[in-house]
Write a protein that binds this ligand. Sequence first.
Ligand code: AMP
Ligand code: ZN
Length: 304
Amino acid sequence: MSTETQTAFRDALVAHGLLIPMGVDGLYGRSGVFEDVVERFDALITQWGKDDGAEVMRFPPALNRRHFEKSEYLNSFPQLAGTIHSFEGNERDHQTLLQKLHDGEDWTGMQRPTDVVLTPAACYPVYPTIAARGVLPERGRVVDVYSTCFRHEPSLDPARMQLFRMREYVRIGTPNQVMSFRRSWLERGKLLMESLGVPVAIDLANDPFFGRAGRMLAANQRDQGLKFELLIPITSAEKPTACLSFNYHQDHFGLLWDIRTADGELAHTACVGFGMERVALALFRHHGFDPADWPQAVRAVLWG
Ligand code: AMP
Ligand code: ZN
């Protein structure tokens, strides 16, 4: 993927006031116009999901560190995780911190980890929450979450942010319930995005598992068809960007959190995730920087 195309698109987004640079790659403010697109797309997702009767849960963009540790995220993606540290010292330590800051030395060693970790994917707080309720009802559960997520992957590509928003529907239940949920969302996700007049393709995918062992995990994930992505060209025609993800975790989270179905079996889980900034960027890429000039059919879908 050419970095020139990425920076050219990023510069254009900034020039049109849609993204507000903050001096760190992958960290941006957004304009009212950008946010309006995100909000309308959020409402569109709700519309396409309304028959599932999902339970809405909104969490802050952080997890209980104990829950994070138990999630095994560090086994797979240590390179992406972000933890929150804070100062807990006395007045003398404070003076040391200020001295280091003044001398341009590393002052962050004066901080200690808190009980709070940044959320890497919107569905993470759902599993311990559902587990705490005990055995699943017969019909399983569908949960609707929306969170800012952090991943330490600084990039010149405006579609690869360090803090971005992810809306998700999470299905927890029997293998059949979970598989049919994912099948249905693969179809719905495609139709939903096609209604926005952007070119879409669905493809098998894998997560960026860390290290040599990670290559094995990624190959397994592909072989078993556990992850699909809906791709839209944003900064490259050859390498389109994943804007929606369809994940089947099998009994991974069921086992970690001991979530049981009504029959006492380990629960399976799946989620469909919508990358809100990426979808907005795809719309700006294909329809132009001013939504007032977008095709009438697309405007009708979003703004009715
Ligand atoms: P994943 O859990 O990696 O499948 O991510 C779910 C969705 O979040 C993806 O389909 C993307 O649309 C979006 N996403 C993932 N990583 C980023 C990122 N670094 N910047 C913006 N959006 C992202
Ligand atoms: Zn998820």
